[in-house]
Design a binder for this molecule. Structure first.
Ligand code: VGL
Ligand code: ZN
Length: 198
């Protein structure tokens, strides 16, 4: 059985000092590096937005970060500008062992759709190609770690479970944003989808 470690968005903007800092975001780096040795395949994801992305509050007149809006694909949290392509904030945390990665999947490039999941954009149908990559590498079991537990890890884990993978989320190697109960909702949603929370 081939197992993949999927490392979600361990980027400077999600670490302390970053534009959308997740509390303790940098604390997961050493543990993730250590875990890489136990997997056949390691995949990193990178949130990678163009300037003026529609998920940024700054792209909507009169809106502030963390307010909600209705997008054609459903409700969308508005974020501070973050992970803009090619900027230091979009780079991986300097301590992350990126040389071990078999593949890097970038997401959130379409200016009009946000993309929390490593598999699909938030319309839940436009694929990133990760499913094809995993299948053609013969992978049926995935473990997920990274940032943030309640957004990108959550959406990626639920999509992976729906796609038929056996999914484990290592909570100790994730950190959450936790907006208005989003962490509790994400944990129950992942459990319902059959994700193992370890
Ligand atoms: C993420 C909010 C916006 C994440 C990405 O990686 O969890 N959250 N973009
Ligand atoms: Zn983003």
């Amino acid at each position: 059985m081939t197992q993949a470690l999927i490392v979600i968005d361990v980027q400077n903007d999600f670490c302390p000092g970053g534009a959308l800092a997740v509390s303790g975001g940098d604390e997961v780096v050493a543990g993730i590096n250590a875990l890489m040795a136990r997997f056949d395949v390691v995949i990193l994801t990178q949130d990678w937005h163009p300037k003026g992305h529609s998920s940024f509050a700054s792209s909507h007149a009169g809106k502030a970060p963390f307010e909600m809006i209705e997008m054609p694909y459903g409700p969308q949290v508005l974020w501070p500008d973050h992970c803009i392509q090619g900027t230091p904030g979009a780079a991986f945390h300097v301590g992350l062992e990126t040389s071990r990665a078999d593949a890097i999947i970038r997401k959130g490039m379409n200016a009009s759709i946000d993309s929390y999941s490593a598999f699909f954009e938030n319309d839940h149908e436009t694929p990133t190609g990760l499913d094809g990559y995993l299948r053609t590498r013969g992978i049926s079991e995935v473990t997920m770690v990274g940032l943030a537990t309640d957004f990108c890890v959550n959406f990626s884990a639920v999509d992976a479970a729906r796609l038929g993978y056996s999914v484990t989320v290592r909570r100790d190697l994730c950190r959450a944003i936790d907006l208005d109960g989003s962490l509790a909702a994400a944990l129950s949603g992942m459990r319902e989808a059959g994700v193992t929370l370890a």
